[in-house]
Write a protein that binds this ligand. Structure first.
Ligand code: ZN
Length: 262
């Protein structure tokens, strides 16, 4: 048993390739049929079938030195552009549990850039950026909220034949939305974390207040006729308030593991 472990243990080796000292891990594998080289971040790994000698690995690396060096350079370039500084956790975004990753770039000189991609939300920070990625993320979420809310308000106002005086997107701790006596509508940006039908209900609610300021039966009937998912949305909101009120800071962690309650 001890012998087998010894055979499979990786050893640290180094070799001179194209004038560069390249360190690599050498693993003798019981199962590998062919010699393989894997180049990853900070790691060159050679897997050698147990039947082959360590000198075969050196020979192979020398024969393929141009390829190995090119792979290492490619990894260095990739790391310079997209080095994950922190892997943040998950946040709710439009009702979906969404991964947030922060990248620190040596080459990016502009302000922090937040983007939604197929893998989730990425926050790209230049190496000289002083803006907290959490602040950039919140600003971006507020912008998404404002955009969606403005669209929904434009869709709803013809149905009540009223126009708001102004639309505000705010960070109220206690309220999801409000319609003032002056006809100003305000909404909590955190509604962008909720599913679309919930945002649609809240916008409908405040827009209907432009015509009917109270919570009378006429008010609720009007809301329901414009937004049939009203009851479902109200239930979702009362069940998920904690998830919408999550501190963005708390989803950013330092140790590279995913976590979050979303
Ligand atoms: Zn109301």
């Amino acid at each position: 048993m001890a012998n087998r472990r010894q055979i499979q243990a990786a050893s640290k080796e180094s070799i001179c390739l194209a004038g560069r000292n390249v360190e690599y891990r050498l693993t003798h594998s019981q199962t590998a049929k062919k010699l393989r080289v894997k180049v990853a971040f900070d790691d060159v790994h050679v897997i050698l079938p147990v039947t082959r000698h360590a000198e075969n690995a050196r020979e192979f690396l020398r024969q393929n030195e141009a390829w190995v060096i090119a792979q290492m350079d490619r990894m260095d370039r990739y790391r310079a552009v997209r080095r994950p500084e922190k892997v943040a956790g998950l946040i709710l975004f439009r009702g979906e549990s969404t991964k947030v990753v922060v990248f620190r770039s040596e080459t990016w000189k502009g302000p922090n850039r937040v983007q939604l991609g197929s893998e989730g939300i990425s926050v790209l920070c230049g190496s000289s950026s002083r803006t907290d990625p959490v602040v950039s993320l919140e600003n971006w979420l507020r912008k998404q909220a404002k955009h969606s809310i403005q669209q929904l308000v434009a869709e709803m106002t013809p149905k009540v034949n009223r126009c708001p005086n102004a639309i505000y997107v705010m960070g109220q701790r206690t309220k999801w939305g409000n319609c003032s006596a002056l006809g100003n509508l305000s909404f909590n940006w955190r509604l962008i974390l909720a599913p679309e039908f919930v945002l649609r209900y809240l916008v409908t609610h405040e827009v209907v207040h432009l015509a009917i300021p109270d919570h009378s039966q006429r008010f609720w009937l009007t809301v329901q006729s414009i937004c049939p998912e009203t009851e479902q949305a109200r239930r979702w909101l009362s069940a998920n308030t904690d998830r919408l009120m999550v501190e963005l800071k708390s989803v950013f962690i330092e140790n590279g593991n995913l976590q979050g309650k979303a």
